[in-house]
Design a protein around this ligand. Structure first.
Ligand code: NDP
Length: 276
């Protein structure tokens, strides 16, 4: 740790070097004039708990958690918010008096992204289709149900996993297949890692009604092929960078005790992505 003063936090993952969180939090810290540090922390696949304990011992205030440790993060915590328990995962750990507390701000980030880039969208107005059945899809489904969405349709390459998720969550969450899953929806959200893994995502977006908002959690590039396809059909789009910044805001508040300043971190992140 280079800066021995102030409040320390960071993001833990494997790999973590591509994370934009140090850039975002670092810019906020500087603009707010807070003495502190936000570090990228690499943990080996089986070294998550040991690394978290080491950071507690070093005096860290907390950590954001990214792939592949979000489930382990919740398991490690002594206390957790309902939204983290419902999502079955934590992206935010805070340490007070040596105790680990888990939260999940990905749902907040998702809804903030819609509010910012598609303010006309209303959660309660129509069903929403989520592509994917992993951790991100689960978190999104929980946040949408909390926001009053009447039906959440899970569509996944491996259909059985969509069924398992729908059964686990129950309520307004259902598993669906085919074009039917895209008819009459108010939004479609890509929560798969297809783009990240270089795969093509097949989804009949032409079956969605006009005005349906299309969102992609993937943010490299910011305008993904999926979003470009949606724009070609005239659909309004919401990008994953907006969600990333949206989840970072409550994390910053939790670590540093104040909301982040009004700094244009989006432009900084886009410049950094262009540089890579
Ligand atoms: P998981 O590994 O838990 O789930 C991956 C999902 O993607 C599975 O449903 C899998 O389907 C599906 N998938 C993978 N490849 C393909 C493909 N080629 N075609 C169709 N489906 C595919 O990942 P997470 O849920 O943790 O994360 C998903 C994505 O969301 C990641 O890209 C992550 O970076 C992003 N994310 C972004 C955030 C943000 O702030 N913008 C926040 C959180 C996540 P199957 O079951 O068939 O294998």
């Amino acid at each position: 740790v280079s800066d021995p003063h102030g409040i320390w936090a960071g993001v833990i993952g494997h790999p973590v070097k591509h994370s934009l969180s140090p850039l975002i939090h670092g810019a906020w810290l500087k603009a707010a004039g807070i003495e502190g540090l936000y570090a990228p922390i690499e943990a080996s696949p089986d070294g998550f708990e040991a690394m978290v304990r080491a950071k507690i011992a070093e005096g860290y205030a907390g950590l954001n958690v990214t792939v592949p440790f979000k489930t382990q993060a919740l398991e490690l915590a002594e206390t957790a918010t309902f939204r983290a328990l419902d999502a079955g995962a934590a992206n935010l750990l805070t340490f007070r008096g040596g105790r680990i507390h888990a939260d999940n701000t990905d749902g907040v980030g998702l809804l903030a992204a819609f509010a910012e880039q598609a303010p006309q969208w209303q959660a309660h107005a129509a069903p929403v289709t989520i592509l994917g059945a992993g951790g991100a899809a689960r978190g999104a489904a929980v946040a949408l149900e909390d926001a009053g969405c009447p039906q959440i349709r899970i569509v996944n390459r491996t259909a059985e996993k969509a069924e398992v998720l729908a059964q686990a969550l129950g309520g307004a969450v259902v598993a669906m297949t085919g074009r039917e899953a895209f008819e009459g929806v108010g939004a479609v959200i890509n929560a798969t890692s297809a783009g990240l893994l270089g795969g093509e995502l097949e989804a009949p977006l032409d079956a969605t009604p006009e005005g349906c908002v299309v969102m992609d959690m993937t943010y490299v590039p910011v305008l993904t092929a999926f979003l470009a396809h949606a724009e070609g059909l005239g659909r309004p789009v919401v990008d994953g960078l907006s969600m990333l910044i949206g989840q970072a805001k409550p994390s910053f508040q939790a670590f540093f005790g104040q909301p982040p300043p009004d700094t244009d971190v989006r432009s900084l992140a886009i410049a950094e992505l262009a540089r890579r």
